[in-house]
Design a protein around this ligand. Sequence first.
Ligand code: VTB
Length: 346
Amino acid sequence: MIESTIGLEIIEVVEQAAIAAAKWMGKGDKHMADHAAVEAMRARLNQIRMRGRIVIGEGERDEAPMLYIGEEVGLCTRPDVAAHCNPEELVEIDIAVDPCEGTNLVAYGQNGSMAVLAISEKGGLFAAPDIYMKKLAAPPAAKGHVDINKSATENLRILSECLGRSVEELVVVVMDRPRHKELIQEIREAGARVRLISDGDVSAALSCAFAGTNIHALMGIGAAPEGVITAAAMRCLGAHFQGQLVYDPEVVKTGLIGESKEKNIARLKEMGIEDPDKVYSAEELASGETVFFAACGITPGTLMEGVRFFHGGARTQTLVISSQSKTARFVDTIHLFDQPKVIQLR
Ligand code: VTB
């Protein structure tokens, strides 16, 4: 069982990453925004009394100097471990991070970016390969009724029944990509309305779990690692989430996902994924007994405010979800950086 204190500490982890990234908001440099978030997240993770392992991170070790897959983080991973941790009480946990989800959104000052992570006990999170994933997210009332194997038209009909509203009253978020041309057309023809986003499908999926957001589904193909982080939240919130790996470059149309379908299938086999077409539920992607999730807005979003700086500090808003305490909290924090003569909190 993961200590609940870790559940509280991860709030600061995402807050620090969000503040660091927000300093790069609107500067047109997505790499610096990401770099700043990664550094801040890693520094704060390393202060936590735990033995943590990054299972979803910035990539393989050779391409990512920090928060790479397999990197160990936390006080109890230090060589002088005995000085910091009691070996008998060692908490071993797996961590999935996306320090700057929606780097372009930050770089261009657009809505919907956040610093996000999910944690669970060892083995509790699916170590997704760095390829794409077809996703379907929907509100709790539609959980288990909609199905990624069904057409968008059919799912919209089911959604309309589950939510007690007409198809015309539904809003579906889809990422604006050439690969979604037919999907967008189908949704429109079925009568529903489409909200096209340039990036940030984690935030869009989360919005489906909450009534009042006017977002009723997320459909389409995004990145697989973020699918696992999304699943962690959706599982705790009782909302619908399914993911299916997409390994065919022809289907994705954009992005780097290897040379060919065949090579990707071989790579998946090497990773122990025997059935590359398997449809994963939220419970399979985040299967741990205890799951924590935290997301702090970098730029404003549907659920959280973005980071707001004032003279001498900043204010952040974070969504923290715990399967242990069965809570979803919105944590509003004022951070004081230094002590100017006059401080006006806001
Ligand atoms: C991003 C990002 C999403 O998927 O676009 C990415 O904005 C992959 O898609 O939030 P492209 O390669 O086509 O840009 C996400 O990271 C998450 O799934």
